[in-house]
Design a protein around this ligand. Structure first.
Ligand SMILES: [Zn+2]
Length: 466
């Protein structure tokens, strides 16, 4: 598989550190609110990356943190009159609700910053010992960027350029304007932990260095997140981790592109800021997942109501195809393969090959989804009540497996409930007796209960309306 590595600025063949295993760290949400659609993109994209590795038979350790202490957390908790811990618990629970609805698999570990204070302090002490961190009289501890030779290598900048672009009102305690806090001294009313530098709390960047290395080792395979995290967050993670260990930190850096709303940058002030929870009021979140994966992850993507409606229509086509194949399979026999059946068997193999080629090319989910639709288009015109079971089975299995890698078509099969089944039976009886008025009455009744009914040669096909 080829992966575009932000650090080398080119596609590289992915070779895991340990054959058959992959370690991935993805920066998670700050749990002070519901997450917005910009956050949802990396979560969906890199969940798909993980699923693809698993499809290839690799053992994936997927780590995604919860930032549960920072300025935003403290401000929001104060506004609501609750503790930072209570706020964190609440929005971690809300995160899981939205993530589940988006089809995001649970991470192997979701470490929280506040539960890794010991590891964070140990890491800062290492940096201090290596001359890479310095404590200020007020109890803040800064990273010493000038002492780390590789500073700027991820974002392709150097300290001089960065310095000239820095704000003028720099904290007088800093030795260089780009130095950043790894430990912040306690201010009145803030939660704090004991440390060698007095009561305080970790800076944001240090938690990801400490927790990624704890769960994945000092050097690991893939670190990912949104493009906005390249600088300074990931740049600082490299400085901290490599500065402390002396080893390379991450082997492949992956970053997804921005998301615009109605062709404009999403911002609270522009009023086009959506949380996933807002979208869920109007849309099945599986359609949001479909939408996000319909573009290459590095391309910018434009979010609009129309785009989600389109994605929903595409998703419905896939569900309908799956329902149809399942229904036909129930009645299919073991007949000889006709030339068109053989052709369809081949089409399923070709779809899989094309799917893998697309995914191997830097996770091109757009083309991978295209290959699924190509199969569905062909199967829809060719599958009929003469198609042997083995053919339908192959098309169906291919469809289910490949959409599964995308995290799509995972909605639980909703079996018609007992009442509906009784009505369907009654309608079959009415039809056998050629009582069309009763048959129509029952059909309307069944449809009013949220089901779609189709009369086929094999009988009534009942599916839940979408
Ligand atoms: Zn992070």
């Amino acid at each position: 598989m080829q992966i575009y590595n932000t650090q080398s600025r080119k596609k590289e063949e992915f070779v895991p550190l340990v054959p058959g295993q992959v370690g991935i760290y993805c920066c998670g949400p700050t749990v002070y609110n519901y997450f917005h659609i910009g956050n949802a993109r990396p979560f969906i994209v890199f969940d798909t990356l993980r699923r693809y590795f698993e499809y290839q038979g690799m053992k994936v350790t997927f780590v995604q943190n919860f930032t549960d202490i920072d300025d935003k957390m403290i401000k929001k908790a104060n506004e609501e009159g609750i503790t930072v811990k209570e706020l964190g618990e609440r929005f971690i629970a809300e995160y899981y609700k939205d993530a589940d609805a988006l089809g995001i698999e649970r991470a192997t570990v979701n470490p929280r910053a506040t539960q890794h204070i010991e590891e964070i302090i140990a890491l800062i002490q290492k940096l201090e010992a290596n001359g890479l961190a310095y404590a200020c009289p007020n109890g803040d501890v800064y990273y010493n960027t000038q002492a780390f030779a590789g500073y700027g290598k991820l974002s392709g900048q150097n300290l001089e350029d960065l310095e000239s672009g820095a704000r003028v009102d720099v904290d007088p305690n800093k030795r260089h304007p780009m130095d950043f806090a790894v430990w912040k001294a306690q201010k009145p009313g803030e939660p704090a932990w004991e440390s060698p530098w007095g009561m305080g709390r970790p800076g944001w960047h240090i938690e990801c260095s400490a927790m990624s290395m704890k769960y994945l080792g000092e050097t690991f395979d893939i670190h990912c997140g949104g493009k906005d995290l390249v600088f300074p967050h990931h740049e600082n993670e490299i400085a901290q981790s490599e500065g402390a260990t002396g080893h390379p930190f991450v082997r492949y850096w992956m970053h997804n592109g921005f998301i615009n709303v109605d062709n404009e940058k999403m911002s609270k002030s522009a009023g086009n800021f959506f949380t996933v929870r807002d979208i869920a009021k109007d849309f099945d979140l599986e359609a949001v997942r479909m939408f996000m994966l319909s573009a290459h992850y590095r391309s910018p993507i434009n979010f609009s109501r129309e785009m989600i409606e389109q994605a929903k229509a595409s998703l419905d086509r896939l569900y309908t195809a799956k329902d149809n194949y399942e229904f036909l399979l129930k009645f299919a026999g073991d007949g000889e393969l006709r030339p068109e059946d053989q052709e369809l068997m081949d089409a399923a193999s070709i779809a899989r090959d094309n799917f893998e080629d697309a995914m191997d090319d830097d996770l091109n989910t757009a083309d991978a989804i295209g290959s699924i639709f190509e199969l569905v288009r062909k199967a829809n015109t060719q599958i009929n009540d003469q198609t042997p079971a083995v053919v339908i089975r192959k098309v169906l299995d291919t469809l289910v497996e490949l959409t599964g890698v995308m995290g799509l078509l995972t909605r639980k099969e909703e079996k018609a409930d007992t009442d509906v089944n009784a009505l369907v039976e009654a309608r079959a009886k009415a039809r056998a007796e050629k009582n069309w008025a009763e048959s129509d009455r029952l059909r309307d009744l069944i449809q009013s209960m949220g089901y779609v009914i189709k009369d086929t040669k094999q009988g009534q096909q009942v599916t839940k309306a979408m």
